[in-house]
Write a protein that binds this ligand. Sequence first.
Ligand code: KIV
Length: 286
Amino acid sequence: MTQPIVSIMDIKQAKQEGRKLVMVTAYDYPFGLMADEAGVDMVLVGDSLGMVVLGLDSTVPVTVEMMIHHIQAVVRGCKHPLVVGDMPFMSYNTGIRDAIINSGRLMKEGGCDAVKLEGGVDFAPVVEAIVKAGIPVQGHIGLTPQTASALGGFKMQGKDAAAARRIVEDAKALEAAGAFSIVAEAVPAPLGKLIAESVNVPVIGIGAGVDVDGQVLVTHDMVGLFDKFIPKFVKQYTKIRPTIIDAIKAYGDDVRGASFPTDKHSFGMSDETLAELKKSLDKKDS
Ligand code: KIV
């Protein structure tokens, strides 16, 4: 079966049809290709790349340039899924003009189909302006990692009724501003359900329970490539890290024991050419 090319309309329609949406992160060409081949609906080039790929302590130092570099690589691998590029910290927080310029850069230079940014009611005017400029926006509410320190760390959000209500209001404000979908991170499952019921655009959960319109996970968490810490909401579908370490160790043993490369991995030379070469080298030396 040929895979369809996923559009913004398809994403919106999925909610009306009751079809769950599948989203994963990717940061480079091979993971873009694999996500594409696995048939996901959306690929997020998340600023989580700062932590899981670049080894930073948070997403805060990630820049627009870094995002463009990684988005370009992912886009080369993704022919079918909708590719969403994450707006890094301070690329949209300093005003509407900056937000439009930077989201435009992710789309024009990076090649993504849409951008994502963190924030609810307070950022609705920014979302509205970007959407009006012709760039589809995905919202991100609940736990917003770029401002995690202001939220008390990487913790579940919407614990009491007032905080939960504010998150529902965030979702409604983003929908009214024109966001085509909303990521809801680390909120209680019943709140995830309420958020999804409060808006007509798809709500993509990450630690928001099952009663939302789709799920997103950081691929490096899901495949066990990054295991510095594993959030409660992550399901590890495989543990690829030990497999890779074992392969590198086996290679090291082979190199040290001179059992790699064998003839199978080496280029040959005819006896005549070798003899001729040796002769010419002997002549040069004498
Ligand atoms: O940057 C990212 O990967 C994200 C996901 C956690 C949704 O924002």
